[in-house]
Design a protein around this ligand. Structure first.
Ligand code: F6P
Length: 321
């Protein structure tokens, strides 16, 4: 293999740059040329590429976001788009591709592999909704951002004897909310995988108030069936003891310098992805299983959806007593 490409796609995640660096340096060490594709599949369709030598990736290891840029390309979901992407890779003489991104990006990688491109996927999404890997790149950093926000909000919640509703990201997966609930000591967590009704939430908050708690932390996953604002209004109406305030954490969760854990994970995964291509592997994703980074068929990964672990959900509920 003489020339490979790397792209980042979908929602950015802290650690993507660390992974790009690991890919470029591993390839350079093995005398393989690397090009960086700009703005994910959108850039691939237009053939927007740049050489990525060992020196080009200096100083990016610790930076949040992605220096390559990213996008959510609707066109690449179509067969015509995938054929166009395939043609651009052939035209540029690219023999292998590393795709760093979330589930939609990995589906795109699968489509290119089906067309005959040697592709290795690297899971990167703060949602941690990718099946087959314990952790995706960016999750740990996002969780630390959420933890820091909860700690600060608790200070003011407790001073004013208020209930704070804190909304976390994660479209269809409650992972961030559940884990935030455990590490932040939330009274209630609302996630798509385990619905709670408004009366159930009100009951839990009111009981906590009566047990003498000075504040209440309620984590609402973005994908929960009730909106955070509606829930706050309902709790105020039901007079649960605490008055409410809402904080939507939003995209702040996607930014920032990658944590030590994410840097290590992104580095290991980037190295392993290039090693897979050099060993002639394709149509696989690198995945953290136990303490090891292993390979899984992309076909298996993209056909399943990882859900939040309900054991942690129950643990959080117990510890809110
Ligand atoms: O998939 C990552 C994620 O941050 C989700 O948690 C969120 O629903 C979505 O991306 C937001 O996407 P965008 O930045 O395109 O609005």
């Amino acid at each position: 293999m003489k020339k490979i490409a790397v792209l980042t796609s979908g929602g950015d995640a802290p650690g993507m740059n660390t992974c790009v660096r690991a890919v470029a340096r591993t390839a350079a060490y093995n005398k393989v040329k690397v090009v960086g594709i700009r703005d994910g599949y959108e850039g691939l369709l237009e053939g927007r590429m740049q050489p990525l030598d060992a020196r080009d990736v200096g100083g990016i290891l610790q930076r949040g976001g992605t220096v390559l840029g990213t996008a959510r390309s609707e066109e690449f979901y179509t067969e015509a788009g995938q054929q166009q992407g395939f043609k651009q890779l052939k035209k540029a003489g690219i023999q292998g591709l590393v795709v760093i991104g979330g589930d939609g990006s990995l589906r795109g990688a699968r489509a290119l592999a089906a067309l005959g491109v040697s592709v290795v996927g690297v899971p990167a999404s703060i949602d941690n909704d990718i099946w087959g890997t314990n952790m995706s790149i960016g999750v740990d950093t996002a969780l630390n951002t959420i933890r820091s926000a909860i700690d600060k909000l608790r200070d003011t919640a407790s001073s004013h004897r208020r209930a704070f509703l804190i909304e976390t990201m994660g479209r269809n997966c409650g992972y961030l909310a559940v884990m935030a609930g455990v590490i932040g000591g939330a009274e209630v967590v609302l996630i798509p995988e385990r619905e709670l009704t408004i009366p159930e939430v009100a009951d839990a908050v009111e009981k906590a108030y009566k047990r003498g708690k000075t504040h209440s932390i309620i984590i609402v996953a973005e994908g929960a069936s009730v909106s955070t604002q509606d829930l706050a209004a309902a709790l105020d109406k039901l007079n649960v003891g605490f008055s409410t305030r809402v904080t939507i954490l939003g995209h702040v969760q996607r930014g920032g310098r990658p944590s030590a854990f994410d840097r290590l994970l992104a580095t290991r995964m980037g190295v392993k992805a290039v090693e897979a291509l050099l060993a002639g592997q394709s149509d696989v994703m690198v995945a953290l299983q136990g303490r090891e980074v292993e390979y899984l068929p992309l076909e298996t990964v993209v056909n399943k959806q990882r859900e939040a672990n309900l054991e942690y959900f129950e643990m959080g509920r117990m510890l809110a007593f």
